[in-house]
Design a protein around this ligand. Structure first.
Ligand SMILES: [Zn+2]
Length: 134
């Protein structure tokens, strides 16, 4: 890559950051699908408001039902949720309003694969994961 192209890229990147006032995390995530909490059979991302960590999950139920479960887990420790665990352990606030759908897929196996792929993409971007199994 020539020095000229490199500089152009840097400049362009700087412009985007400046213009939109977005942080690097939101620039890197290419799936800016608006939250449709009514949808089911989704792979979804929930981000932390106070650090760069992101959770990737999948559910066959309505996304809203699953998100509410994560929220309820904040106060009810018998509900398992890595998102709630992160919030409790770090005293961070979760950015519930920015819950995003990455994929819609009715087939469970395919959906689980897509979740893994979603996690892999986050790892490649060096975004810390809220998911504990990875
Ligand atoms: Zn956090």
């Amino acid at each position: 890559m020539s020095e000229q192209i490199k500089n152009l890229m840097l400049k362009h990147e700087y412009k985007i950051v400046y213009k939109k006032g977005k942080n690097l995390k939101s620039l890197l995530s290419n799936n800016n699908t608006k939250t449709t909490l009514e949808k089911n059979n989704v792979v979804y991302n929930i981000s932390c408001n106070d650090c760069d960590a992101v959770y990737a999950g999948n559910t066959e139920r309505k996304l809203e039902t699953r998100v509410n479960e994560h929220k309820n887990a904040l106060t009810k420790s018998y509900i398992p949720s890595h998102v709630a665990d992160h919030a409790k352990q770090t005293s961070h606030n979760i950015n519930w309003d920015e819950t995003k759908i990455s994929y819609i897929e009715n087939n469970r196996e395919a959906r689980e694969l897509l979740e893994k792929w979603d996690i892999e993409k986050l790892r490649q971007k060096n975004i810390p994961l809220i998911n504990k199994q990875f």
